[in-house]
Design a protein around this ligand. Structure first.
Ligand SMILES: Nc1ncnc2c1ncn2[C@@H]1O[C@H](COP(=O)(O)OP(=O)(O)OP(=O)(O)O)[C@@H](O)[C@H]1O
Ligand SMILES: [Mg+2]
Length: 275
């Protein structure tokens, strides 16, 4: 890939607006292009898509979502190259396909199909489990996403000694460097004799700054990560860890943190190339 590409999934919802801004900020920081993708589901159903006496046309409405998203991104981050498109299909498969030639995909935790109480929609779960690149899930009520610099909270990285968590470490450290943020590596142990790699050594070979801490705690990993990330600029986890079933795409720690975090969460899939 010559120039980097950040993709944001858009659906005209307020959460998507936060995703657009987060993605635009990150595209600018990376010197990457921003691609705004709207999954248009209606062609999959047998409905008339054109304008009628009753409605201006679903396709026209979808194109308006794309147009407004482009305007919003360009206004928010004038220096970046922005493209937008409508792609026929359900959001998760459309964004999974887009992830194949992206460096990062950004989505809101909730879209228009709001299920009461749930923090992460089905798109988020499906995408974080199956994406080919890292995925960032932002929060709909995240006012600080629009003023990232106003909240220089740490990048919180979950480390369990697994190779996906090392990818999370790489991604988190790069993000922290790019945005001049402190780093907090959390290594949680359920049991005192539960060996969990050597976070000091892993950090030493990757980081030469002086603003990183390693927090070792005993307790449930997801609970501890949530507790230690209330002020995080970003939480970074591997999609999988050391446990779980062979075929599992998203571990229980990642799922729980995605469901309950109040801060943006980056999930690094095993299939992601580099950071
Ligand atoms: N003990 C831990 N301490 C810190 N971070 C952790 C810990 N366990 C998991 N994580 C983080 O969560 C990510 C996903 O791991 P998770 O535990 O969810 O998957 P798994 O081990 O494959 O499955 P499961 O634990 O549900 O059986 C890891 O890559 C790591 O970033
Ligand atoms: Mg685990």
């Amino acid at each position: 890939m010559t120039k980097g590409r950040v993709v944001a999934g858009i659906d005209g919802s307020p959460a998507a607006e936060i995703a657009i801004r987060w993605a635009a900020t990150e595209a600018a920081a990376r010197g990457a292009e921003l691609h705004l993708v709207h999954a248009f589901v209606w062609p999959l159903f047998n409905v008339p898509l054109g304008a009628s006496e009753l409605a201006p046309g679903l396709r026209a409405a979808a194109d308006r979502i794309v147009r407004q998203a482009i305007e919003s991104a360009e206004k928010f981050e004038p220096g970046i190259a922005v493209e937008g498109r409508r792609a026929d299909g359900f959001p998760a498969p459309v964004l999974i396909a887009a992830s194949a030639d992206a460096d990062l995909v950004v989505i809101g935790s909730r879209g228009l199909g709001v299920t009461l109480g749930a923090m992460l929609g089905s798109t988020g779960l499906d995408l974080t489990a199956n994406a080919r690149c890292p995925v960032v899930v932002v929060r709909p009520d995240d006012t600080t996403a629009t003023e990232l610099d106003a909240l220089p909270g740490p990048v919180v990285i979950g480390y369990d000694g697994s190779s996906p968590s090392l990818k999370a470490l790489d991604f988190g450290l790069e993000y922290a460097r790019r945005h001049s943020l402190p780093v907090r590596v959390v290594a949680a142990r359920q049991l005192a004799d539960d060996a969990a790699g050597d976070p000091e050594a892993e950090l030493r070979t990757r980081y030469d700054g002086d603003d990183a801490e390693i927090v070792r705690v005993t307790g449930h990993p997801a609970e501890q990560i949530l507790r230690l990330s209330a002020d995080a600029s970003l939480i970074v986890l591997g999609a999988r860890g050391r446990g779980g079933f062979a075929g599992l795409l998203l571990g229980s720690v990642s799922q729980t943190v995605l469901q309950h975090a109040t801060r943006p969460v980056a999930v690094i899939p095993a299939a992601a190339a580099g950071g």
